[in-house]
Design a binder for this molecule. Sequence first.
Ligand SMILES: Cc1cc2nc3c(=O)[nH]c(=O)nc-3n(C[C@H](O)[C@H](O)[C@H](O)COP(=O)(O)O)c2cc1C
Ligand code: SF4
Length: 458
Amino acid sequence: MPCSGRCDEPIPVLTAHTTLAGESAATLKPTPSPLPPANPSGNEEALFSNIRKQGHNTLEVYQDNGGFKALESSLKEGPIHVIEVVTKSKLAGRGGAGFPTGLKWKAVAECDRHPKSIVCNADEGEPGCFKDRALMDYDPFSLIEGMTIAGLATGAQRGFIYLRYEYPETNILLERCVAKAKEAGLLGSNILGSGFEFHLYIRRGAGAYICGEEGSLLNSLEGKHPFPRNKPPFPVTHGFEDKPTAVNNVETLCAIPHIINKGAEWYQSLGIGEHAGTKLISLSGDIKQPGNYEIPIGLPLKTLLYDWAGGPLDQRSIQAVTMAGLSGGFLGHQILDDLTLDDPCIRSHGSFLGAGGIMVFDDSRNMMKAAHDAMAFFAHESCGKCFPCRIGTQRLTERLNDDSKKLDLAAWTEEVSDINEAMKATSACGLGMAAPHVTESLMKYFPEQVKASTNSNS
Ligand SMILES: Cc1cc2nc3c(=O)[nH]c(=O)nc-3n(C[C@H](O)[C@H](O)[C@H](O)COP(=O)(O)O)c2cc1C
Ligand code: SF4
């Protein structure tokens, strides 16, 4: 497949304040930079262990830092071993749903239909998430290596990176990196003389949030309208072009070379207590040091917010944070001190960690307005395939704007709760199921702000 036509140009060395377009720090918003700040805790990192090294996005430096050793050893040990290691590491999908990666790969490997594909979900449309961009811009060869190992493990000979439309510079960089890897015999036919072949293509996304949902993504990749697909069947058996496909997030795939190099036990041990591994968090909003952080799973939220990221802005206190970008709704200040960043804890509060976007809202924010803007986003991005979500997100947006004054608190609560329940029970994909987290959490943590926005006299 053709590249952008600029594959022969050298790969630019990116630093925190330069972009491929050559813009300087003066023309860019200074924060948050997608390049992670210096390791704030001294905790051992996996995905960010090399990312801050100058020139790590060039093949030469990547290889100097141990790059493609994991592919070499995977080629020697074979697919069964790779799947065993990934399964044992307890790596679970980092794109939102948290499905065990080893199990997904095993299902594709065991399916006897060809050709198989590895599809990297690099759509990163969730508001407040920018960690995949950091990985692709500053550590692109770990994604290429991770995808090639995934191909070896599952028997797929073709891979696609479905890249967020709004990352045009990353597109150019990835095209050049793929060309470089091909030139070096690390992609294409007969990789490293092993006889294994894997061909990698980059496709620009269609510029809609729903295209990150794996069924929509596969439809979009096939040139179809990006409606989510009904499940089952799942992509592992009926994915791209109806053939077995592993759809994995960028972060999931970038973890693979580290796990293969250092072992399943090592990766597991990076988490706290019974939690395995690490998670990238994109932290933004009313916080002193926004940015991308690699946390051990199970880290107390307050350690991240106060010790690592400097706490709220001066004279302010934290009122709420979002989880999973916007999809997990809000968690209120009432519970933040006791929250740990792992799914069992977050789910016990009715939310989920998802792709790891956390937005901070301080006490200057009107949470009714924040909820309105969040719901307006979901209403705008609803694909319209099913009516609970198509109509529900619109109605909820109306209930969160000045229309709320038309109802008293009891009537408002009854109507909103009714819509929430209908959407959660009957929406066809994760967008419609997740959007009610916004209104549910608003009612749970900020009842006084809801009351003030309704007609309390009737
Ligand atoms: C509305 C919606 C948007 C999504 N957007 C993304 C996305 O941008 N990137 C991503 O990796 N997963 C996204 N997902 C999750 C994917 O459907 C899928 O679970 C994921 O790509 C699987 O990869 P993983 O197992 O490595 O996490 C989204 C899901 C939904 C419902
Ligand atoms: S839940 Fe929303 S986004 Fe998902 S299929 Fe239905 S209308 Fe489309």
